[in-house]
Design a binder for this molecule. Structure first.
Ligand code: F3S
Length: 386
């Protein structure tokens, strides 16, 4: 990989250890991916935030790393493991809260905007179409490539941090136009009636290829269904992008019909009587909050219910009265915290959950050991509110 004189000097440590280690990460990654050079990005989004995931090891690493570095581009953070201004909302243990706050402080010191969100594209970090970015959080990077038209690989916690510090990424993968074409087609003839159904299609399709996935037969898809589709794809495999195609253009084509959709639905339903409802994986956008409030109009939930939002969506929802409406329907509206990787259940004495997110259900099962049902939001409202 060709490096400029500046990059060679940075690699040797002339600008400090954090910059040198960041370049080492990017050069190793670039060599692995076959990049010819590093290119500039305008935006980064970092995922190594939740203390429930990164633990003490991650905290120690960040303390050391942050001593002599600053990010060079607009950089946002993924959700963490608590509501930062009110840890009591989720009964977050004190030691967890202290360490979680420290992690966020370190990122702030690095110059990262501590807008804790897995939907940075809603308000916090929205690069221009066609621009290069380094986004971790698979659902966000797939949304970025597929719906926003930005160019990003699916970065890891480490590579997104290295990219933010240097303002660069290897010129490979989704940064190269020729690679942004479908490697396989999925022909859809199932009726997809909800964002949850799109998430299930994503789980199915994500397993098929590590290349971009082309879909044919999808008649209608709003950006929220696209978000769920990308989240599903990101959960079951490593594809970085989806593309809606008119026809399969001679690509190998896999069929997704009613039978496949029903099989996934059955496999994602193993709880008789859930104790808790978890919504907001990925975090809801303002319009989704509004739809939920309308669905619950005049009703109250019959199970403890948590809706997870970024603080920027929360403040907008608050301004137009949606948070009050949801509270009066019994919903706990939570900021900052990831519902699928934060042990809310064990802090509150629940193990059996219903969610509208196929992605969320995967992490709730594997990381948090919950029993989970995945239902669309209308069915959840119908069954668990009155
Ligand atoms: Fe967001 Fe957590 Fe789901 S980061 S996409 S709510 S797993």
């Amino acid at each position: 990989m060709h490096l400029t004189n500046y990059e060679e000097a940075a690699l040797k440590g002339e600008y400090g250890e954090a910059i040198a280690s960041s370049y080492r990460v990017l050069v190793a990654l670039g060599d692995y991916m076959g990049a010819d050079r590093l290119i500039a990005i305008s935006s980064a989004h970092i995922s190594g935030v939740n203390y429930a995931n990164i633990g003490d090891e991650g905290l120690v690493f960040l303390e050391k790393f942050a001593s002599d570095a600053k990010v060079r581009v607009k950089t946002t953070l993924n959700p963490c493991g608590m509501q930062v201004d009110r840890p009591e909302v989720l009964k977050t243990p004190a030691d967890f809260a202290t360490k979680q706050k420290r992690i966020i402080e370190i990122y702030a010191k690095l110059g990262v905007r501590t807008a804790l969100s897995c939907v940075p594209y809603e308000y916090d970090n929205k690069p221009r179409k066609g621009s290069h970015a380094a986004w971790a959080e698979s659902s966000a990077s797939i949304y970025g490539n597929s719906i926003l038209g930005i160019m990003t690989n699916r970065e890891s916690a480490i590579s997104s941090l290295a990219a933010a510090i240097t303002g660069k990424v290897p010129n490979a993968g989704m940064h190269v136009k020729e690679n942004r074409v479908a490697g396989i087609a999925v022909s859809v003839d199932a009726e997809l009636d909800s964002t949850t159904d799109f998430g299930m299609l994503g789980l199915y399709a994500g397993k098929l290829t590590s290349k971009p996935i082309g879909f044919t037969g999808i008649k209608k898809m709003d950006r929220f269904s696209g978000k769920a589709l990308g989240a599903g794809i990101g959960t079951s495999g490593s594809s970085p992008m989806f593309i809606i195609l008119k026809d399969s253009n001679g690509l190998e084509t896999i069929h997704f019909g009613k039978k496949e959709l029903n099989e996934i639905k059955e496999s994602l339903s193993n709880v008789e009587d859930p104790q808790m409802i978890l919504l907001g994986c990925p975090f809801y956008a303002l319009q989704e909050v509004s739809r939920l409030a309308s669905g619950l109009r005049g009703r109250r939930v019959t199970k403890p219910t948590y809706l997870h939002l970024s603080s920027s969506v929360y403040s907008r929802a608050e301004r137009v009265g949606l948070i009050d409406r949801l509270r009066s329907s019994g919903v706990n509206v939570v900021k900052d915290a990831c519902p699928s990787l934060t042990p809310i259940g064990s802090w509150n004495g629940y193990t059996d959950v219903v969610t509208d997110s196929p992605k969320g259900s995967y992490y709730m099962r594997t990381a948090l050991k919950y029993n989970v049902n995945v239902w669309d939001i209308d069915s959840i409202i119908r069954s668990y509110s009155k």
